[in-house]
Ligand binder design. Structure first.
Ligand SMILES: O=C(O)C(=O)C[C@H](O)[C@H](O)COP(=O)(O)O
Length: 207
């Protein structure tokens, strides 16, 4: 996971309501400079949307999100995705992921969950729900005893605070849906979304 995300600082979290949005949305994000995309498996449109993005959007690196069960792992493999992200983890999920050819980033919200994940060999975790679970101060505190662990905080992050996370040495990237505001998506305003992606990719956060 760390290799795959080496050049990535922001992962847009996409929840597709309409299959036909998938390609123009992904193009807007990639053109704006955000190439690594997490498409959550929360909606009926997700699988077909992912298929279309993989077939039609050059340069996109596509992973699945909300990966919670072995069936989600299987679907991620069948779709040909490049990575999987989970908001948490279970023994069953990690057992399935261990057999999969693509990496999983499990989610944690506490130190003990993280230590359990480390027992499975993981060093990179989603920190979810980042803001609600304590945000930047928690990640700073964890860096003391666990300096080698890296995080992708997600949940409640936006233009106003994403840079605070990215300044932390134990944060490799952040994830979030702020680049895809519901009103812009509903109105299919892909140019505006591309602009938001560009602002984000250029680190012009509004402090
Ligand atoms: O679906 C998953 O796998 C999740 O863990 C949840 C998402 O990452 C958050 O819903 C994104 O958070 P927001 O940026 O606050 O919208």
């Amino acid at each position: 996971m760390r290799e795959l995300l080496a050049d990535t600082r922001v992962i847009p979290v996409i929840t597709l309501e309409r299959v036909e949005d998938a390609v123009p949305m992904a193009r807007a994000l990639v053109n704006g400079g955000l190439k690594v995309l997490e498409v959550t498996l929360r909606t009926p449109a997700a699988a077909d949307g992912i298929r279309r993005i993989l077939a039609e959007v050059a340069g996109a690196i596509v992973g699945t999100g909300t990966v919670c069960t072995p069936a989600h792992v299987q679907l991620s493999c069948d779709l040909g995705c490049q990575f999987m992200i989970s908001p948490g983890f279970t023994d069953q999920l990690l057992a399935a992921a261990a057999q999969a050819p693509l990496p999983l980033m499990p989610g944690i919200a506490t130190v003990s969950e993280m230590m359990r994940g480390m027992e499975y060999g993981y060093q990179d975790f989603k920190f979810f729900p980042a803001e609600a679970a304590g945000g930047v101060p928690v990640l700073k505190a964890i860096a003391g005893p666990f300096a080698d662990v890296r995080f992708c905080p997600t949940g409640g992050i936006g233009l106003g605070n994403f840079l605070d996370y990215l300044e932390l040495p134990n944060v490799m990237c952040v994830g979030g849906s702020w680049i895809l505001p519901a009103d812009l998506v509903a109105a299919q305003r892909w140019d505006d979304i591309e602009q938001l992606a560009r602002e984000t990719a250029n680190f012009r956060g509004i402090k």
